[in-house]
Write a protein that binds this ligand. Structure first.
Ligand SMILES: Cc1cc2nc3c(=O)[nH]c(=O)nc-3n(C[C@H](O)[C@H](O)[C@H](O)COP(=O)(O)OP(=O)(O)OC[C@H]3O[C@@H](n4cnc5c(N)ncnc54)[C@H](O)[C@@H]3O)c2cc1C
Ligand SMILES: *[C@@H]1O[C@H](CO)[C@@H](O)[C@H](O)[C@H]1NC(C)=O
Ligand SMILES: *[C@@H]1O[C@H](CO)[C@@H](O)[C@H](O)[C@H]1NC(C)=O
Length: 435
């Protein structure tokens, strides 16, 4: 690579945008980023009102990257005002108990201050706004150093900063990549063709297409797109105050809950993920394909999931459990079986690189991840890291994963098709809510 190398990045989420930013910082002068949507892309998993930022991992690599990222979250002018540190309670019912225990041990070993194991009663005493029974919250680890960030705004600012360094962003149908341009001998990747028929030639192409990557090119089972069910509840100003000092509450099996942001929006999310296995009409690949409410605006969360989310919420904050959801989303990220990222050259197409596999934990690294991806592109990524993030079909599933519940096929659930339209029609006659 030299400074004039034509670089094309497909996907402007955390992975793609951070890459563009760091490449521009290193002096590359021809960087083009494509996305279906203008930054911050409304479909990106990265675009959200809150994401957990923490460094307590079982794996020392992510502890190190977490610590490095948090320094930037704390001190960079770019992210000023977006990072909050209320602490978090990490919990589990049974399957994920070993993971929680492991993360206490790692954090203690690494000298994270203030880690403590709480009983249910201690959680309620320490945080009086938590007045539910916490049944099945069987292990509770308090980490006062963990927090969250307004991820959509952070992504917006990073994209703007990249633009100021000369990166060009293209969205709409000429930002929507549909096909790779591969040389006739099958060796080189020379760019991509977009929805509107434009060909974008480039010396190198970086696929940072998040959950859409495995339906775009054949990854031999290395990535599975999973849908996370998310809902918001609008709090009144007095409720907002009541919940203001709530920590992040994350039971890896019984859902997770964020303290309200400045606009009084309370967010909850389900810890069991969805798949939507079908054949992609564009690529012909059979895999789980993101089904989003942006593409399918009449749809809503499956009924079974909404009910489970409300039941889980009633164990923690019963007063909110029957409230109407002001917003719902299926938010898609792609998991690798071992939950390590996939940041690697493609094994056969020269000039093609992958930067994906956020695996439900990738956002927090956005402020620094692009450095590592730029190193990979330049061929200087530390060997130990390159090995972990390499092309690795047939990888073993990790043994001690945060989310180890099996996924559920969207098609096996009910009420999601046309659910939003029905709810809106129903609400015309008054609010309805059920537990
Ligand atoms: C509900 C939820 C909660 C999460 N919570 C956390 C958390 O608390 N902490 C944390 O660190 N991580 C969290 N994660 C994980 C984190 O959000 C992701 O790992 C990370 O954001 C992935 O970034 P990305 O850039 O790979 O993908 P994305 O942010 O999804 O970006 C991919 C982009 O590619 C674009 N794209 C796709 N296909 C094409 C195409 N063909 N042409 C053009 N553009 C295309 C999309 O429009 C999108 O903008 C969570 C994920 C979800 C879904
Ligand atoms: C899966 O998603 C695709 C694309 O959004 C959609 O067309 C299809 O109907 C979905 N399949 C199922 C079974 O829900
Ligand atoms: C809580 O959510 C989990 C998945 O996140 C689900 O398996 C469980 O059934 C829910 N609990 C209740 C009581 O609905």
């Amino acid at each position: 690579m030299n400074r004039e190398t034509k670089i094309l990045i497909v996907g402007a989420g955390a992975f793609g945008t951070s890459t563009a930013y760091y490449l521009a910082q290193r002096g590359y002068t021809s960087i083009r980023v494509l996305d279906r949507y203008a930054p911050p892309s409304c479909e990106a998993a990265s675009t959200d009102i809150s994401k957990v930022i923490r460094s307590d991992y079982n794996e020392p690599l992510y502890v190190r990257l977490g610590v490095e990222a948090i320094k930037v979250w704390e001190s960079s002018e770019l992210y000023r005002g977006l990072y909050h540190v209320p602490g978090w309670v990490l919990s589990a019912k049974e399957r994920s108990v070993p993971f929680v225990k492991g993360s206490i041990e790692t954090s203690r070993r690494l000298g994270v201050q203030g880690i403590d194991e709480f009983s249910r009663d201690q959680v309620r005493e320490r945080f009086p706004m938590i007045n539910g029974p916490l049944d099945d919250w069987n292990i509770n680890v308090w980490n006062p150093t963990a927090g969250w960030a307004d991820s959509g705004e952070a992504l917006r600012r990073l994209a703007l900063a990249a633009q100021e360094k000369g990166v060009s962003f293209i969205s709409g149908s000429s930002g929507y990549a549909r096909r790779l341009i591969i040389s006739e001998d099958g060796v080189h990747c020379n760019g991509v063709t977009t929805e509107d028929g434009t060909t974008h030639y480039a010396d190198i192409v970086v696929l940072a297409t998040g959950a859409w990557t495995p339906s775009f090119i054949d990854l031999q089972g290395q990535l599975i797109a999973k849908g996370h069910s998310v809902a918001h509840i609008q709090l009144s100003p007095s409720e907002q105050q009541h919940f203001a000092s709530m920590p992040v509450l994350d039971n890896l099996e019984l859902d997770y809950f964020f303290p309200p942001g400045p606009d009084g929006v309370f967010k909850l999310a389900h810890s069991k993920f969805l798949t939507n296995t079908t054949r992609d009409s564009n690529s012909g690949i059979q895999t789980s394909i993101p089904h989003t409410f942006h593409d399918h605006p009449a749809d809503d969360l499956p009924l079974e999931i909404e009910q489970a989310m409300r039941r889980n919420l009633s164990r923690v904050l019963p007063d909110l459990a029957a409230r109407p959801f002001s917003y719902t989303r299926l938010c898609w990220d792609a998991d690798t079986p071992d939950r390590h990222f996939l940041i690697t050259p493609h094994p056969t197409h020269k000039g093609l690189f992958l930067a994906c596999g956020g695996s439900a934990h990738g956002f927090k690294f956005m402020p620094i991840l692009g450095k590592y991806i730029a190193d990979m592109l330049e061929g200087t990524l530390e060997e130990d890291i390159a090995r972990v993030w390499r092309w690795r079909p047939g990888q073993e599933a990790g043994t001690n994963l945060a989310h180890s519940d099996p996924e559920v096929e969207l098609a096996s659930l009910t009420g999601w098709q046309g659910g939003r339209r029905r709810r809106e029609e129903g609400q015309a006659g008054g609010t309805s809510s059920k537990i």
